[in-house]
Design a protein around this ligand. Structure first.
Ligand code: SF4
Length: 715
């Protein structure tokens, strides 16, 4: 079928699809059809190494986003009575520019803040960082990826000197003998991915660590592997215990450790106190299972050396979204290094990026401490290089800003942020302690939100700027395996909406900014490639022309190279070429919650929804299937609390209260309850989560929250 070759707008697997706009084709393709202005858009899965033609229901229905009646189709200005009135683009941007001017003149450049998103294309992520530092001269930019990948990224940088989610191709997992997945429900978050687990399942080697018996955990049934169900928040202890067993039972790959790493002695000493019975006490995982898991991983690693069918350790948000998330991811990396998995041709460690451009979104400068190419903004050499590409004085660039939670805490505070621009994020739903964030947004002098729907954050704005969507624009995304791919325009955007690239160009002009701001994605990409040259995430050998050949384009891709699908084969990215084992300690040991008293809340995703649900709640098929939040709890816990299936419950702590229906299920531990985080109003799971952050990465504590649960109507 002919059509536009592009990729799904949602998650980081970036499944390949073809969009056809010819109505004649529509009847011949077994896919949902959504009507657009120019006729009909048909979505078809397309052969590609990551998805092999498969899509999940989010991908199949993605075209509905383009024709949603909820699209914002003209700029909106808040009136004194709180209502919104449409305005011309010229009037809206004049007002925004005037407010930016006024705020900077009155309170300094850092009184303007910018909040970006991991779903923005590479071009937008790059341009947003440049716009903030050059046109606004503010240091205060960060993004929602801080809530997503920051701890794993910090751990990867610390261990390897470089963070690329998967430092190998996704389809290399096909040959694996053993795969350990910690804290990721890929069967629901990215269903086509599970095709890559079949080899390990056939070998009985799939191990899933999750407090819930998720769809992914069920893949281990019938001899396909093992499900380990630890106490929420005890992942770090679990990993320290596994490292203890590997060392104590002489299962570590000492030749590898000697040749390719430093820090083994310190880690050996640090895990010595985590003997199996102590780990069992803190994690609830029985000693026999700890030993079996450690031995299985070691045996798989040894077999991998001989057969090439190796062992992989993969982490997800379940173990990373903690206030000790960097140390937990580090412990997973330590275990991988002890087993000799990383930087080989057959095995590996990786973290499963979630947001569509969660990988590229963290490379090009929308982080508070970063310049394009994964460069540090505090590095004088990096500042000089990037300033040269931008045509500005390096000394004019601001320094390190505030990570996301601190940035949101600075809203409306003395010396803080008085004017905020939000692009590609819905913090009223996605930020921890969400009502505190909502209240802080209301204290701002001026809030600008660019979105294509009226998100929960947009309804608080003074100006809402309607923007183009995935299938209406050109750009690039970088998938979870570090593959740079083309997003292509298949349909015309509605008349009233504009690309963010155009918006920033117009605002920069109105602000009299130095430098140039192109509104053409290909020109921005070429500039991004030059700015990244010589950095860790080097895109300098890439171009739209090369990407259009469908070559696998894995960064680093410096000029003259052919890309780097598998990293670290010869050396790690630290100057001495060695990986670092880093001794970490469990600082946050907690007493497991008690049934009948408080319970531990964990949050996560559903198959039908994506992130804050701004998009997927507006797709009828997805919304019909999962219209609202359900609190999952164990039957014994439910009975003790007088709660029946489908009954209304109240989940609360001193940060907030969620009201929703109950889903009684044996898939969850007695001491734990689960809420999806996609919903609105008083069903926002993040009303309850804590904004305490990891001191290294700024990751909030999303995955271990103490709550009280009660029936609203007695069963
Ligand atoms: Fe889209 Fe992710 Fe589903 Fe693939 S798995 S169709 S990328 S949401």
């Amino acid at each position: 079928m002919s059509g536009t070759r592009t990729h799904c707008p949602y998650c980081a697997l970036q499944c390949a699809m073809t969009l056809s706009t010819t109505t004649a084709d529509a009847d011949s393709v077994a896919a949902p059809v959504a009507t657009v202005r120019a006729g009909a858009v048909t979505v078809a899965g397309r052969a590609f190494p990551t998805n092999r033609g498969g899509l999940c229901k989010k991908g199949w229905t993605a075209a509905e986003l383009l024709v949603s009646p909820d699209r914002i189709l003209e700029p909106l200005l808040r009136q004194v009575d709180g209502t919104f009135e449409p305005a011309s683009w010229s009037d809206a941007l004049d007002l925004v520019a005037a407010k930016l001017h006024e705020t900077r003149a009155g309170f300094g450049a850092d009184a303007v803040g910018v909040f970006g998103g991991g779903g923005l294309t590479n071009e937008k992520a790059y341009q947003l960082g440049k716009f903030t530092r050059v046109a606004l001269r503010s240091s205060r930019i960060d993004y929602n990826g801080r809530f997503c990948m920051s701890s794993a990224a910090a751990a990867g940088n610390r261990a390897f000197g470089l963070d690329r989610g998967l430092p190998f191709r996704v389809d290399e997992l096909d040959a694996a003998d053993t795969i350990l997945i910690l804290g990721s429900n890929v069967a629901q978050t990215m269903p086509p991915f599970i095709g890559h687990l079949e080899g390990a399942r056939a070998a009985g080697g799939l191990v899933v660590v999750d407090p819930r018996r998720t769809a992914t955990a069920r893949l281990t049934d019938d001899g396909a592997g093992m499900h380990v169900q630890p106490t929420p928040g005890s992942d770090l202890v679990l990993l320290l215990g596994l490292a203890h067993i590997v060392i104590a039972e002489k299962l570590a790959d000492l030749d590898y450790l000697e040749a390719r790493t430093t820090g083994f002695d310190a880690v050996r000493r640090s895990v010595s106190q985590w003997w199996p019975t102590r780990v069992q006490e803190h994690t609830g995982v029985p000693v026999w299972q700890l030993r079996e898991l450690a031995r299985r991983l070691a045996a798989g690693a040894a077999r991998g050396k001989a057969t090439g069918n190796g062992t992989y350790i993969l982490t997800g948000r379940g173990v990373e979204q903690h206030a000790d998330g960097t140390d937990t991811a580090t412990a997973a990396i330590n275990l991988s290094l002890l087993l000799g998995l990383v930087g080989t041709t057959h095995s590996g460690y990786g973290t499963l990026t979630g947001q569509g451009n969660g990988q590229g979104g963290r490379e090009h400068g929308q982080k508070c401490d970063q310049l394009p190419g994964y460069r540090k903004i505090s590095d004088p050499t990096a500042r000089a290089h990037v300033a040269g590409v931008w045509g500005v004085d390096p000394d004019s660039l601001p320094g390190v800003g505030l990570p996301a939670v601190e940035l949101l805490s600075a809203l409306g505070e003395p010396g803080g942020i008085r004017c905020l621009l939000v692009h590609g994020s819905n913090v009223v739903v996605s930020a921890p302690n969400a009502d505190r964030v909502r209240a802080a947004l209301k204290t701002l002098d001026f809030l600008v939100v660019a979105d294509f729907f009226f998100s929960e954050t947009a309804v608080l704005a003074d100006v809402v700027l309607p923007v183009t969507q995935w299938a209406e624009e050109e750009g690039t995304m970088t998938s979870l395996e570090g593959r740079v791919i083309r997003r292509r325009r298949a349909v015309d955007a509605p008349n009233g909406v504009r690309s963010e690239l155009w918006i920033w160009q117009e605002l920069a002009r109105r602000l009299g900014s130095a430098g140039t701001f192109s509104a053409q994605a290909s020109e921005v990409f070429d500039e991004l490639c030059r700015a990244s040259e010589g950095g860790l995430a080097d895109y300098s050998g890439l171009s739209y022309a090369l990407l259009d050949t469908e070559e696998p384009a894995f960064w680093p891709y410096p000029v003259g190279s052919t890309g780097t699908p598998r990293l670290f084969l010869d050396r790690f990215a630290h100057p001495d070429g060695l990986a670092r084992l880093v001794a970490v300690t469990a600082r946050r040991l907690g007493t497991p919650a008690q049934v009948g008293g408080t319970l531990t809340l964990i949050t996560g995703r559903l198959l039908e929804h994506y992130q804050s649900g701004t998009q997927t709640r507006r797709v009828r098929e997805l919304s019909d299937a999962q219209p609202d939040a359900r609190l999952q709890l164990h039957p014994a816990t439910a009975e003790q609390l007088g709660i029946s299936d489908e009954a209304w419950v109240e989940v609360s702590n001193d940060r907030g209260t969620v009201r929703c229906r109950a889903q009684v299920s044996t898939d969850i531990r007695l001491d734990t309850v689960f809420l999806p985080f996609h919903f609105s109003g008083d069903q926002r799971a993040n009303l309850l989560t804590d904004d305490e952050t990891d001191p290294i990465s700024g990751m909030p504590e999303f995955k271990k929250t103490t709550v009280r649960v009660r029936a609203l109507v007695k069963a």
